[in-house]
Ligand binder design. Structure first.
Ligand code: F6P
Length: 323
């Protein structure tokens, strides 16, 4: 292996730059040439590929977003799109690729390898923390801290006005962002796709709280909850409790930006090194992750198809701590 490439794909996450930096510098450390593919799979298709050196990644470890840009490519989902991408990689004589992204990125990588035989290795780059094969994903810790900071501020105004706040956090189909926000933000209720929290439970919790002279409430809603978005949930609760003074806050894309936390910078750096060294050791079609403080390589097939479960201990913690 002489030349490798790195790219970011899907939703950006804080720490992606730290991971790119680690890939570039590890490659140089091992005597490899390294290229950056810009704009995700679209850039691979269009040959948007640049040579990188150590200084290309100077002053980036602390920066949010991704210096290589990101995209969700529709064209790469087609056989023709992947064939164009393969032509480009061959033109640049790329022997292996580091893909920083989530499930969509790895699904594309797996198909690409089957059709064109160029090995890919993945680093888990998503705020959602929904990837099987790593305790945490790159950007998750930062996103949770960003959301928590917002929740602390919401709590101030909720308390002053004696209101009920429904706060929606990201996470796609997972409650991984919602859960630590609920525990760390002192929420009364957490609504996540992995567990069933009915509208009746929300109503009961509010009524019991008012009986105990509680005057303000924080309800954390994961965007993928089965009862719908926070705006839908508040309408359903208001039907039964018209006296409720409620507001909705959707934290949104703020969760995707900002300077990565120390934990994200460390994880991203460690996994960037693990990706390049994995490729050099002949690994392919796997994601480098960290489980119980150890680097592990999990087949893409498992990261895509296996569900990472939320520890039921956390749900119980919210219940105990909100009385
Ligand atoms: O996967 C990261 C994520 O931020 C999810 O939490 C969210 O559902 C989605 O991406 C939003 O995607 P977009 O930025 O394309 O609207």
């Amino acid at each position: 292996m002489k030349k490798i490439a790195v790219f970011t794909s899907g939703g950006d996450s804080p720490g992606m730059n730290a991971c790119i930096r680690a890939v570039v510098r590890t490659a140089i450390y091992h005597g490899l040439e390294v290229y950056g593919i810009r704009r995700g799979y679209n850039g691979m298709i269009n040959g948007d590929i640049i040579k990188m050196d150590s200084s290309s990644v100077s002053n980036t470890i602390q920066k949010g977003g991704t210096i290589l840009k990101s995209a969700r490519s529709k064209e790469f989902l087609t056989v023709e799109g992947r064939a164009k991408a393969a032509e480009q990689l061959k033109k640049f004589e790329i022997d292996g690729v580091v893909a920083i992204g989530g499930n969509g990125t790895f699904t594309g990588a797996m198909k690409f390898y089957e059709e064109h035989g160029i090995p890919f290795i993945g680093a888990p780059g998503t705020i959602d923390n929904d990837l099987y094969g790593s305790d945490h994903t790159i950007g998750y810790d930062t996103a949770v801290n960003t959301a928590l900071d917002a929740i602390d501020k919401i709590r101030d105004t909720a308390d002053s006005h004696e209101r009920v706040f429904f706060v929606e956090v990201m996470g796609r189909d997972s409650g991984y962002i919602a859960m630590p926000c609920a525990i760390g933000g002192g929420a009364e209720i957490v609504m996540i796709p992995e567990t069933t929290t009915t509208i009746d439970t929300v109503i009961d919790t509010l009524q019991n709280g008012w009986k105990r002279s509680k005057t303000s409430f924080i309800i954390i809603v994961a965007e993928g909850d089965e009862e719908g978005h926070a705006t839908d949930i508040v309408k359903k609760v208001e039907k039964a409790l018209p006296q409720m003074d409620a507001r909705v806050t959707v934290i949104g894309h703020i969760q995707r930006g900002g300077s990565p936390t120390a934990l994200d910078r460390l994880l991203a750096s460690e996994l960037g090194i693990a990706c390049v060294e994995g490729l050099l050791n002949g690994k392919k079609n796997v994601m480098a992750g960290k489980i119980n403080a150890k680097i592990v390589y999990t087949p893409f097939e498992d990261t895509i198809n296996k569900k990472k479960l939320i520890n039921p201990r956390f749900t119980r913690m919210v219940e105990i701590l909100s009385i």
